[in-house]
Design a protein around this ligand. Sequence first.
Ligand code: CTP
Length: 448
Amino acid sequence: MKKVITYGTFDLLHQGHINLLRRAKELGDYLIVGVTNDNFDRERGKLNVRNNVLERVEAVRATGFADLVIIEDYVGQKIDDIQKYDVDIFAIGSDWEGKFDYLNEFCDVVYLPRTEGISSTQLRDQNQETVPVGIVGCGRVAQRFPQEADVVNGVRIVAAYDADIEVAREFCKNHLADGACCKSYDELLSRVSAVYIATPHLSHYECIKKALEAGKHVLCETPMVLKKDEAKELYKYAEEHSLVLMEANKTAHCPAFNHLMVMIKSGLIGDVVDIEASLSQLLDKSGREFDSKQAGGSLYEEGSYPLLPIFKLMGIDYEELRLFSRIENGIDVYTHGIFWYPKAVCSFKVGLGVKTEGNLVISGTKGYAYVPAPWWKTDYFELRYEDQNDNKKFFYKWDGFGLRYEIQEFVSCIVNRRFSSARLRRRESIAMAEVMEQFSDRKNFTEI
Ligand code: CTP
């Protein structure tokens, strides 16, 4: 039996794909089709794939040409698959001419004629509405946004607003040459269908509310709000009005972090019993981060990052959270939190005035995951076991400042009318606000 293998993304399956699959099948008796996993596509720079991997697998199956559909997950998998399935022919479209000659060592490589005049990119562009986005708050955090948005299809930054018009002007001059520099928030809202809010923490609630009431989708910097009821109210309003509201926690969209979460949930290190997540950054004490009137402090600034793996893996139904903080001039320069879950204990440390090892360690009954600093934007982690021969290292790509992944998800939610993202569930974002509130109420709290 002659076995043929081919690979592709097969997004918005079209006639070019069907022709390719038919021709590949005709080369032998058994066709294996490798469909790229969403994470793998993202790592390769394909940020705008519309159908998720399950939909794409189903579409390939439905053509009837594939005898076996597999998922392509990592660089170098093609060689592994060819040997594993004892493949005779590797087939791929002629747009890849010459690129896979290195596989000749393992099997025959055949480049099949590409169908002219159609591609997934073309279909995506045709169907894609472009979402005009406005930036609210033009400080340090917002400066990376325009260049990151540039690499994402379907989004255009058209306007910016800052309470300080000079700051807005400077921002527009340096980062938004074609955009409108708005004199008021109302003016900005009248020009866009979505906003990215990067104003000081305490203004988030009002800014989000106003944008939602004007019928705009919202991506808001983390921490979104500092009170549970405010978070609940805003998400409820957004849901009732079919608007996307997302907290911009970039770790939640980091490809390596997402893959780590999936692997751990699949049981690779057994039952999770302990999570330790730390993050510290010694900053200049004259900055906003040290100003108690602007909700400065370690927990507000950094807390939502270590809370993320804890809530993603253990859920939000903990028995108790104890907080220990060192307070200086009204803000916590260091906070250590300990969660007691029915069958686990998790802790996090955040510091603006205390330095600590910033890693993430997830301990399970079979092994543990180790993610070195900066784990919150990681491109690398390890799974470690008693027998060191079982240890595995995983490498990923982290492009630019990493904001592109959250922008892409935000746009995808808007375009596909998805009102909740699995990367950061509304309930997880609400639980983060609850932790912030417990801290400001000094509940279950000890000053050290
Ligand atoms: N293919 C083809 N003819 C086309 C489009 C794709 O023969 N008009 C082939 C590709 O050469 C590849 C397979 O179909 O072997 C899967 O390609 P994929 O990258 O998924 O499709 P594209 O339409 O090229 O996607 P994109 O525009 O995202 O690159």
